[in-house]
Design a protein around this ligand. Structure first.
Ligand code: ATP
Length: 597
């Protein structure tokens, strides 16, 4: 979803903040020493070290070939060939194992990180606040799905190289230790490479974050079209949507192009260091030769020695070059780390705020149907409103001012008012989705079957079978089936059951796409009848039905002992209620009796 950019937000960079954020992601990837990821990581370390040992042996083979060939020793030559083939086989097996473990780590990390994000995202009403009210963060869905996937992929690809580098650098440094000049050259080369690449990565990180935001916006546009395909088709909106979607694509592509321009300099840096590295290795080998250190050796011995030294120097330079090569991966990792940690930080803030709120008002907790709630159902009141004032999040004008009211069992209440006067907003405040500006609202019963249940304006259907639309748990029992079938019949949806072929038939469609608005509303009533709360809050829940059907459903609700709090524009609703709350706009309201008690 496109969001307003907060100018006070720090631009993401490769800095101390990144390190802190990366460390907190590492804590999720490796939660404890006994964790599976740690075991896999250690195995990867073992495999990567073994690969290095084998590579060292393979690296020494050319110098041995020089020796046996200059001696013309056929027996030794044959053994050396066999040894070389065996090493190559071991090497290829170990390298494949290395790739395989890296892939397994990627899956395991993705699971841990996504589940961690889900645990806060779905906690209480965090997902609502984040998607509807919070303007600090763009595209949370994309951060959870795509950014996490890419971050884990990038970390897993660089894991083994990064993991092994301290060992290889130490070992090959030790091997090169006989020449101080040589070591100085090699380390100087690495330090210079790191500094230059750090400077080149700087602007890339923030641009990558921006690119991912635009990527999310582009995907959101397509999702919007997918969800509203029918409405758009009725308006013949293809042309205008085409233009708008292309506009988002252009914005994304132009940012991608700028990112690539910046990456070009990084690639130039990385490639220059790659090739400089290979020349540096010859320079480094040439120093002792020109200094006359090897003057006393025969040509055969000299070639063997040069070959051995060359391999050690080249390999040390190669270790450093590989680390510098990781610059492009590091810039990606930094970008994704910032995006994911930003999301975690904002979600943690929202969750903490909601948790404090819920402590103050425990019954507003978003844990439907728990035992605690089923036992702790108090008297016959659902809500107590005391001098309640509220407004919409983006406005300063109060929708309702000083509303004092008690919603009790047996007194059915109708809320009416012009469009935008704050009827649904009242329900948002009652449900704890919005905070009141002043006064208080107390939910004195629980949320769920024995307490209050809300039927929102847009019917809420989830994925899954017909049974799962009516009840949350999947468990099947015959008494349950009878009840579900009875209520489906009561709401007039027996034909839907026949059409689908059973309560548990797996459907591969989206319920919102195939059911008519009336059918969706009826299905929500079937759920309501099944759960049988004491209080049902209905927000234009029968707007897509005939007055006759509306009457039948209201009668059924009352028959099942529910107290109704309804919102609606239809005058036919009045006869089903005892009192009427009219919201008049500008904070004004009036409460009237519809029936004498
Ligand atoms: N998420 C939101 N962010 C900002 N403003 C909002 C949000 N949701 C609703 N509003 C605004 O709050 C005001 C009251 O909205 P509400 O949905 O309560 O109206 P309503 O009385 O239920 O209208 P209707 O009869 O059309 O359903 C409207 O002006 C609306 O634009």
């Amino acid at each position: 979803m496109p969001h307003v950019k907060n100018s006070s937000v720090k631009r993401p960079k490769l800095d101390w903040r990144f390190l802190q954020r990366f460390c907190s992601i590492l804590k999720i990837l490796f939660p404890s020493w006994s964790n599976q990821s740690v075991r896999m990581f250690m195995t990867l370390l073992g495999v990567a070290l073994s690969v290095q040992l084998v590579i060292y042996q393979v690296g020494l083979i050319p110098s041995q070939f020089y020796e046996v060939l200059s001696e013309k020793n056929y027996g030794k030559f044959k053994n050396l060939v066999l040894f070389a083939v065996m090493l190559i086989l071991i090497n290829s097996t170990l390298k494949s194992l290395d790739q395989y473990i890296s892939s397994l780590l990627y899956v395991s990390w993705r699971k841990s990180l996504t589940e961690e994000l889900h645990s806060t995202y779905f906690k209480g009403r965090v997902y609502y606040t984040l998607n509807v009210l919070c303007k600090d963060i763009d595209n949370p869905d994309q951060r959870i799905s795509q950014d996490v996937e890419r971050l884990c992929k990038q970390i897993s690809t660089m894991a083994s190289r990064l993991l092994i580098s301290p060992f290889t650098v130490t070992y090959y440094t030790y091997q090169c230790f006989n020449s101080f000049v040589l070591l100085f050259c090699i380390f100087g080369y690495f330090v210079a490479g790191t500094i230059i690449n750090k400077i080149l990565i700087g602007p890339i990180v923030s641009m990558l974050v921006e690119q991912e935001k635009l990527e999310g916006d582009f995907r959101f546009k397509h999702m919007q079209i997918r969800v509203n395909a029918e409405s758009a088709a009725f308006y013949r909106a293809g042309k205008v949507e085409h233009m708008r979607t292309d506009r988002r694509l252009q914005m994304l592509l132009s940012t991608q192009r700028s990112l690539m321009n910046k990456e070009l300099w990084l690639y130039i840096g990385v490639n220059t260091f790659d090739y400089l590295g290979s020349i540096l290795s010859y320079i480094v080998i040439a120093i002792p030769i020109f200094a006359g250190d090897y003057d006393g050796l025969t040509p055969g011995e000299l070639s063997a020695l040069v070959s051995k030294n060359a391999f050690v120097c080249i390999y040390l330079i190669n270790c450093f070059t590989q680390l510098i090569d990781l610059s492009t991966t590091v810039s990606d990792v930094a970008g994704y780390t910032h995006r994911i940690e930003e999301l975690r930080e904002v979600m943690a803030d929202i969750a903490k705020k909601q948790c404090d709120q819920d402590q103050y008002d425990p019954l507003s907790k978003d844990e439907p149907y728990s035992d605690r709630e089923l036992q702790s159902v108090p008297g016959d009141t659902a809500f107590v409103l005391d001098c309640l004032s509220y407004k919409s999040p983006v406005s300063v004008e109060l929708l309702v001012k000083d509303l004092t009211l008690k919603i009790s069992q047996g007194t059915h209440m109708l809320v009416v008012g012009n469009t935008g006067t704050g009827k649904t907003s009242l329900l948002r405040v009652l449900n704890g989705l919005w905070e009141p500006c002043s006064g208080s609202v107390e939910m004195t019963t629980c949320f769920g079957p024995r307490g209050v249940l809300f039927l929102p304006q847009r019917a809420y259907l989830t994925d899954g079978t017909l049974r799962e639309q009516v009840r949350e748990e999947k468990t099947i029992c015959s008494i349950d089936d009878e009840r579900i079938l009875k209520y489906l019949e009561l709401v007039g949806l027996s034909n839907l059951l026949t059409r689908i072929g059973g309560l548990d038939t797996k459907v591969d469609w989206n319920w919102d796409d195939v059911l008519s608005p009336g059918e969706m509303q009826r299905l929500c009533f079937a759920r309501l009848f099944y759960l049988q709360p004491k209080f049902a809050v209905l927000d234009e829940a029968t707007s897509a039905l005939t007055e006759e059907a509306e009457g039948q459903l209201y009668k059924a609700c009352k028959h099942l002992g529910m107290t109704l709090i309804s919102l609606g524009h239809r005058s036919t609703l009045e006869k089903h209620h005892d009192i009427m709350l009219r919201l008049c706009g500008g904070g004004q309201w009036e409460l009237t009796k519809l029936k004498e008690a």
